[in-house]
Design a protein around this ligand. Structure first.
Ligand code: SF4
Ligand code: SF4
Length: 56
């Protein structure tokens, strides 16, 4: 299981520093999560202003 950042992402960057395993990085037009590294903790979703990280 991993979280996936949806197209609702406004690329604010708030989630990047919250991830305990640094699985989040800036992509071309939104932030992306490395599914292999994600621990499914939900920290990114809790700080996102637009609820873009979704549990896949
Ligand atoms: Fe990182 Fe947790 Fe979000 Fe996965 S769910 S990307 S481990 S903050
Ligand atoms: Fe995108 Fe939400 Fe992360 Fe901001 S906090 S970069 S809107 S996923």
């Amino acid at each position: 299981m991993a979280y996936v950042i949806s197209d609702e992402c406004i690329a604010c960057g708030a989630c990047e520093g919250e991830c305990p395993v640094s699985a989040i990085s800036q992509g071309d037009d939104k932030y992306v999560i490395d599914a292999d590294a994600c621990l499914d903790c939900g920290a990114c979703a809790s700080v996102c202003p637009v609820e873009a990280p979704k549990q896949a």
